[in-house]
Ligand binder design. Structure first.
Ligand SMILES: CC(C)(COP(=O)(O)OP(=O)(O)OC[C@H]1O[C@@H](n2cnc3c(N)ncnc32)[C@H](O)[C@@H]1OP(=O)(O)O)[C@@H](O)C(=O)NCCC(=O)NCCS
Length: 149
């Protein structure tokens, strides 16, 4: 597979924000929890302390993948991976994994130390990337995982 390049999402680019919102809303399929309004608000938030940073991969003007990372607002130096989506026809080819790696690299470059939290149904990819499962965290088939850096 050709190397996928992730760029940080420019929140002032309306077409890119719209494409990202559509991809996320369709991928999650839970309009109450992941409505277009809420997702757009997340993508465009510019709080300097409780930052949100999104990454996108594009190909020939089409969006392939989007994923976010944000500061937890209840603990310092704590970052949450969230809102990850790959376009349906390109899933299962490593783009999701590359998206996780891009965010870890950005965190390690941007902050001296910290901890990364993620909730996932499938844990192997995260364990391969240095995450450990938090004991007794499984609920409805999802697990919480943690990585220190
Ligand atoms: C989850 C998703 C982002 C994975 O993207 P992908 O390009 O298919 O992932 P890859 O090809 O790199 O790897 C596939 C594997 O890693 C897992 N994975 C990879 N990236 C992931 C991510 N960001 N979040 C959760 N799981 C991920 C996949 O579940 C899958 O597990 P398997 O190998 O045991 O089958 C994609 O399937 C998707 O958009 N799903 C719908 C939205 C969703 O469920 N998002 C995650 C909610 S936290």
């Amino acid at each position: 597979m050709a190397k996928i390049r992730f760029d940080t999402l420019d929140p002032s680019s309306a077409p890119l924000v719209d494409a990202s919102v559509t991809l996320i809303v369709n991928a999650f399929g839970d309009p109450e929890r992941y409505s277009a309004t809420r997702v757009a608000r997340e993508l465009q938030s510019d709080d300097p302390v409780f930052y949100r940073q999104f990454f996108v991969a594009m190909e020939a003007g089409e969006i392939l993948a989007v994923g976010g990372v944000k500061a937890a607002d209840w603990a310092s130096k704590t970052h949450i991976l969230y809102l990850s989506a790959v376009t349906p026809e390109r899933r299962g080819k490593g783009i999701g994994r590359a998206l996780i790696k891009a965010r870890i690299e950005w965190l390690e470059k941007t902050f001296k130390s910290g901890r990364i939290l993620v909730s996932a149904a499938k844990t192997r990819r995260f364990r391969d990337l240095g995450f450990v499962e938090i004991r007794n965290s499984s609920l409805d088939g999802r697990h919480l995982l943690l990585r220190r850096f």
